[in-house]
Ligand binder design. Structure first.
Ligand code: C5P
Length: 405
């Protein structure tokens, strides 16, 4: 996005593209951020918005080269006279122009500017040069302009642009995003546990935690999209389960333990993404507990560790655990990897501002025996695909695939 009054229309474009299942990463020039807020676009795209060419964090996590390689298509909307001139001369002095120069994918532009600027021979020469280089033009349209003048220069409507892009993405040149999964899990059976558990105290009360289930559900969705057969053992959450997953709904840690351990040996991978209660009331009362004394004591007993139980099965799947920590992330994660005899553990901070429980975004520090990798902050769907990719990498190294083909 560049800085023009039509920038507000780009919000609708992002929304329409997302509705078509396109993955969208928004890059804004400095002046675009003067017209509309990056936050709006972060919320609409589900991805962090990038604005800086020389940003330490972005250059490490997803720099301009990475972004250019990631995209199936680049759409510059609105495209100002300035960016059109820069593209035509190959200038690279901000993130939008630099990633366009680094890209090998098709580039589309939706010009938006005052009619006199559009008609100016300088702009027309630049446009002609870009068209020779197979940059595709969408619009501009004729009509009343924000400045009150009439003529060519209005940015095409978001629905029109979206239609052009979806046609381009489904043409032979470019594969549509959903038919190009980043990895193949074809033939693999994956068992995933997700969400919190509920440990009843009496018929009306229970102990639970803040897990939303979003990470586990994103893993299920990512695995299904990559061709795996997925069974999702889920605690009570408010999420819509992927239609093609086999769904097993449970409430307590004990029910989750039974559901998982009864089937784990039939699966190639078990991912324990659930926030299982570590303790449950020793005895759930049959009647509602009455308010009486000033103080009362709950007697809790340890629940069974599902991950450790699966990891100690004779014909065990590849076992992946999660560790949500408020301190010493690395230390606790590594101890759990060893102690529970896991193949991999994905650790994340909780109780801090950066993602975690209930949020749509997270970052993970993944450990396995002899290695680790940081998956930078992104939305949980993208994170799920990255984690599945890592699992496959590790499995291929260990060669533990049980049901190939
Ligand atoms: O030991 P801790 O509960 O912190 O470990 C977290 C990991 O262990 C998560 O993957 C969680 O699903 C799993 N877990 C389990 N059974 C329990 C408790 C936790 O499988 N009873």
């Amino acid at each position: 996005m560049c800085g023009g009054i039509a920038a507000y229309k780009a919000a609708e474009l992002v929304r329409l593209l997302r509705k078509q299942n396109a993955e969208v990463q928004v890059v804004m020039t400095e002046s675009a951020t003067q017209f509309v807020s990056a936050l709006t676009f972060q919320a609409l795209s589900g991805n962090p918005v990038q604005t800086q060419l020389l940003d330490e964090y972005e250059e490490q996590a997803m720099g301009h080269i990475h972004l250019a390689r990631w995209a199936d298509l680049i759409m510059i909307a609105p495209a100002t006279a300035n960016i059109i001139a820069k593209l035509s001369y190959g200038l690279a002095d901000d993130l939008v122009s630099t990633l366009s120069l680094a890209a090998t994918c098709p580039i589309y532009i939706a010009p938006a500017m005052n009619q006199a600027m559009w008609r100016n021979p300088a702009t027309q020469e630049n446009i002609a040069r870009l068209q020779q280089r197979a940059v595709t033009l969408i619009g501009p349209e004729q009509g009343e302009q924000a400045c009150g003048e009439m003529g060519f220069g209005r940015m095409s409507e978001p629905a029109t642009i979206c239609q052009h892009l979806m046609t381009a993405l489904s043409s032979e040149k470019i594969s549509p995003p959903e038919s190009k999964p980043p990895l193949s899990l074809l033939g693999l059976k994956i068992l995933i546990s997700a969400g919190p558990t509920r440990e009843p105290l009496d018929p009306v009360r229970y102990i639970t935690n803040r897990s939303s289930g979003k990470m586990g559900y994103a893993l299920a969705e990512g695995a299904l999209q990559a061709g795996a057969k997925v069974t999702l053992v889920t605690g009570p959450v408010v999420l819509q389960a992927p239609a093609t997953a086999q769904l097993i709904q449970v409430e307590t840690a004990e029910q989750m333990y039974l559901a998982v351990t009864a089937r784990a040996q039939d699966y190639d991978i078990y991912i324990g993404a659930a926030a299982v209660a570590d303790y449950s009331p020793a005895q759930a009362k049959a009647q509602k507990i009455k308010k009486q004394e000033q103080e009362t004591t709950l007697v809790l007993q340890k629940t069974k560790d599902i991950l450790a139980a699966v990891a100690s099965l004779p014909d065990r799947p590849f076992v992946v655990g999660f560790a949500a920590e408020t301190d010493d992330l690395e230390g606790y994660a590594k101890r759990k990897l060893q102690g529970k005899k896991l193949d991999m553990i994905a650790a994340n901070w909780v109780g801090k501002a950066q993602g975690g429980f209930e949020k749509d975004e997270n970052s993970l520090h993944v450990f396995w025996h002899g290695g680790d990798r940081v998956l930078a902050m992104t939305d949980k769907k993208q994170l799920a695909r990255q984690l599945l990719g890592l699992i496959i990498e590790r499995m291929n190294e260990k060669n533990t695939v049980k049901n190939p083909g």
